[in-house]
Design a protein around this ligand. Structure first.
Ligand code: SAM
Ligand code: SF4
Length: 327
């Protein structure tokens, strides 16, 4: 049976549904990013087919990401189809938040449980500088819409760069507490050339952030997990959890239970390595044949590596940008 051969380590699939975005964050894209021609992207139907095959094999959690997932035309169709799959326990979304006023209610109705919203700063001028084009009030309206829609959990994600926003970590936690949401701080990963800053100079580690936060908050370590690489801390007396995603300082491969599907249908077995399997080829060579697709998925698990190593001093060894892989 195929299902018996499926790697039981893997319970979590992240799907990048587009490489396009309305923003151009300095750590994610270069200023003149070239996007893929549409024919190279998986169609919405192909995304649904691949996701359904993973769920049939035992994957219980799917996160939809991008690029900006809510920027993809008719994307609600994917959420509706996945939300109806038997066996899927958790359907989640990572978004920059700008389109949430339009889509939050439909996402909730489709069965989305948790939403992560990227917000690196509370200052209008910095938000514009970090995203190159964005307006912070759009994200704030998106956050309000997510809270109104009543998702099980809303979390802010902040990538922290030295001298860009590292002095705001305490204010971001205060904001999260005030809005009753969780927050995770992310170390920048060296994916693709971004041409904006020297990644080694801007590196600010999770340990640095924790030291800064300790001036203002008592952080109590927990063993809580949402199935991802975040390590969570609690602040006594408040509901907000503070997470740290530390691909450099705490290489998280040992607990990694996830695989990623890129917007062009490559299955990546590790964010920090190039190993991948071309599932788009399988889908298009065997239209509608779930058995062929499931067999390809099961076989690809054999190359899931045990570790990765990012080197900030070297040129990127991973040439994919984050908008292709989806974080
Ligand atoms: N557009 C959506 C967003 O920004 O939330 C979803 C896609 S984005 C690629 C997913 C996550 O990756 C975001 O939280 C973003 O901050 C993070 N990210 C992007 N580039 C990164 C990098 N080089 N290192 C670490 N995190 C990065
Ligand atoms: Fe767009 Fe998200 Fe990348 Fe920012 S991090 S450019 S919002 S895909």
């Amino acid at each position: 049976m195929l299902i018996d051969r499926f790697d039981r380590r893997v319970s979590y699939l992240r799907i990048s549904v587009t490489d396009r975005c309305d923003l151009r964050c300095v750590y994610c894209m270069s200023e003149k990013m070239q996007f893929l021609p549409r024919a190279q992207l998986l169609s919405l139907e192909e995304i649904i087919q691949v996701a359904s095959c993973f769920v049939a094999l035992g994957v219980e959690k799917i996160r939809i990401t991008g690029g900006e997932p809510l920027h993809r035309k008719n994307i609600i169709k994917v959420f509706d189809a996945l939300g109806a799959l038997d066996g899927l326990r958790d359907l989640t979304l990572t978004t920059n938040g700008t389109q949430l006023p339009r889509f939050a209610a439909a996402l909730k109705a489709a069965g989305v449980t948790r939403v992560n919203i990227s917000l690196d700063t509370l200052r209008e001028d910095r938000y514009r500088a970090l995203t190159r084009t964005g307006r912070i009030e759009r994200v704030m309206q998106g956050l309000d819409a997510a809270l109104d829609a009543g998702f099980e959990r809303v979390k802010l994600n902040a990538v922290v760069l030295k001298h860009r926003n590292h002095d705001e970590v305490g204010d971001l936690v205060a904001f999260a507490i005030d809005r009753g949401v969780d927050i995770s701080f992310i170390e920048e990963m060296p994916l693709g050339f971004v041409g904006d800053h020297d990644r080694a100079e801007c590196f600010y580690s999770s340990d640095d952030i924790r030291r800064d936060l300790a001036q203002r908050y008592e952080l109590v370590p927990t063993t809580e997990s949402t199935g991802g690489p975040s390590r969570y801390f609690r602040i006594p007396g408040v509901a907000t959890r503070v997470g740290f995603i530390s691909p450099h300082s705490h290489n998280f491969c040992a607990q990694c239970n996830r695989v990623r599907l890129t917007s062009e249908g490559r299955l990546l077995l590790c964010l920090g390595q190039e190993h991948s399997v071309d599932l788009r080829h399988v889908v298009r060579a065997h239209p509608g044949d779930d058995a062929a697709l499931q067999a390809a998925i099961v076989d690809s698990m054999a190359i899931k590596p045990k570790g990765h190593d990012f080197d900030l001093q070297a040129q990127p060894v991973i040439f994919r940008h984050m908008n292709h892989t989806g974080g």
